[in-house]
Design a protein around this ligand. Structure first.
Ligand SMILES: CC(C)(COP(=O)(O)OP(=O)(O)OC[C@H]1O[C@@H](n2cnc3c(N)ncnc32)[C@H](O)[C@@H]1OP(=O)(O)O)[C@@H](O)C(=O)NCCC(=O)NCCS
Length: 472
């Protein structure tokens, strides 16, 4: 017994000291595989007490440290630059872009397990990373793939709820309805009604989160097949991983499209906590609403054109360029079209960002995918031309803080290339992926016992009076 304990302690110790030598110092500790490590929930059970202690220490030792000043501009300007949320799973740097638990996208592409050599990361690996802060082994990811497949059962009433909507209803409306219909199976709600102790909240939250993540591709692909493929639904393939299965159920079995879907789902998962969908999910969950209720609310935020719907808007806009100017549009024509868009009081979709001040690395990795797999695609070439034309024009406008492309500027042309041409559906794909980030953080919200979110609001009169006094 003593020997067993010391072997297991040794393996835990080793798991914290092994590093991937080729990566820079920000890369998290890599762990060595042990058989018990295959279970994600038991890993969390081990991690939670140490993170609870860490939060307690932060509160008691540094609770009164100031993080900056709040200005009137910030209050009137959508809270830009105001640090006000705890979000463990990822952190966004204005110049570098997103890091998932400390790992940049290129680092994730290097260290996360793939389906094939030199391939794109498996989204299950990112889910593991977001939940635990550790890079999983291929065996762990395979076990998680299987667990997600085993959980992927959708009751019939969900499909009937979707079918009650007109087929013309926006795919995001159908998706959000489907998620609300899934909610009747919430384990958290059941446990809460039975009077579960708050220290155990994270457990049914974990169950709901994993069930929700596993079921979303079924609901999402049902909607796609319902609207665009005469309702011919394609069942799960038990031999496939999460991303490939999703692509398969949508009706796309080109191995390159499977790779694209793995990459797509991986990079859209999480973008720290302040963006509209993540923040909405977190806010709603802070009222102890279960993951289904919280995520449905998040989806409704994602459905806005300044947020997730921008991926739909980009492809429609690119196609409108082609309709008006043809595929071989000249740089001059493109400049004119961009100005025409701006002068008609619209934004150039896919450009700009609330936090980023450089090209989004999610754009860059999609561009690399295109250069590798579809360099001659005419719409990809148009996207490349836009990269040269749009930023100087937005800079010339003088008010745009970030003239560079974001994630949505690129995703549509990749999907379009492999036959997923229906732009109105694109935000649903984003939604499937975003569940992975929001739910991972939600498990930690519950584990850390984060409180009800309730910032203070004020009126214009209050601000005027406050400023008068401040300037007196
Ligand atoms: C993402 C976005 C909403 C960020 O908004 P923000 O933080 O307020 O951005 P800024 O501070 O740079 O905005 C300042 C001004 O520039 C404008 N602006 C920003 N991006 C622009 C764009 N792509 N095209 C035209 N104008 C833009 C804003 O509309 C705002 O104008 P206003 O003062 O007349 O209201 C904004 O860049 C945008 O609308 N982009 C296009 C939609 C999109 O791609 N969304 C997906 C984001 S991942």
């Amino acid at each position: 017994m003593v020997l067993f304990r010391s072997v297991s302690a040794l393996s835990k110790l080793r798991s914290r000291v092994v590093r991937q030598p080729s990566l820079n110092s920000t890369v998290r500790w890599l762990q060595i595989q042990t058989s018990s490590d295959l279970d994600l929930q038991s890993q969390l059970r081990e991690l939670i007490p140490e993170q609870q202690e860490r939060l307690k220490k932060l509160k008691t030792e540094h609770g009164k440290v100031q993080l900056g000043n709040i200005t009137v501009d910030m209050v009137l300007g959508g809270m830009r630059g105001m640090t006000g949320l705890l979000w463990e799973t990822s952190l966004l740097d204005a110049d570098e872009g997103i890091r998932f638990r400390g790992l940049s996208i290129p680092e994730c592409q290097k260290v996360l397990p793939t389906a094939k050599p030199e391939g794109e990361p498996l989204p299950e690996g990112l889910l593991w990373l977001l939940l635990t802060g550790k890079v999983p082994s291929k065996d762990q990811v395979d076990a998680l793939s299987k667990e997600l497949r085993d959980r992927a059962t959708v009751p019939d009433h969900v499909y009937r709820a979707i079918d009650a909507l007109p087929i013309t209803a926006h795919p995001m409306t159908q998706f959000s309805t489907g998620v609300m219909a899934l909610q009747v199976q919430s384990e958290f709600q059941k446990a809460y009604e039975k009077g579960i102790h708050k220290s155990k909240y994270w457990e049914p939250t974990y169950e709901d989160s994993m069930n929700l993540i596993s079921r979303l591709p079924l609901v999402a692909s049902y909607i796609y097949r319902r609207i665009y493929k005469d309702g011919n639904v394609i069942p799960v393939d038990n031999a496939l991983d999460y991303g490939a299965n999703f692509s398969h159920m949508l009706g796309f079995d080109d191995p390159k499209m499977h790779e694209l879907m793995r990459l797509y789902v991986t990079i859209h998962t999480d973008h720290e906590g302040g963006n509209v969908s993540a923040h909405t999910g977190h806010l709603v969950a802070s009222a102890l609403s279960d993951p289904y209720l919280s995520f449905a609310a998040a989806l409704n935020g994602l459905a806005g054109p300044l947020h997730g719907l921008a991926n739909q808007e980009v492809l429609l806009w690119i196609k409108s360029v082609v309709d008006e100017c043809g595929e071989n549009v000249s740089t001059e024509q493109l400049k004119e079209y961009v100005w025409k868009t701006l002068k008609s009081g619209k934004v150039v979709p896919g450009y700009g960002h609330g936090v980023l001040r450089q090209t989004d690395p999610r754009y860059t990795c999609q561009r690399e995918f295109a250069l590798k797999h579809l360099p001659d695609d005419p719409l990809f070439q148009l996207v490349s031309k836009l990269y040269e034309v749009v930023p100087p024009i937005l800079t010339e406008l003088g008010k745009v803080k970030n003239p560079w492309p974001n994630v949505d500027a690129h995703s549509g042309v990749l999907l379009n290339h492999f036959g997923l041409t229906e732009a109105r559906y694109y935000t649903v794909l984003f939604g499937v992926s975003r569940a992975i980030g929001i739910c991972s953080q939600l498990v930690w919200d519950r584990a850390l016992g984060l409180p009800l979110e309730r910032p203070k609001s004020v009126t214009m009169e209050w601000l005027e009076n406050f400023c008068k006094k401040a300037n007196a």
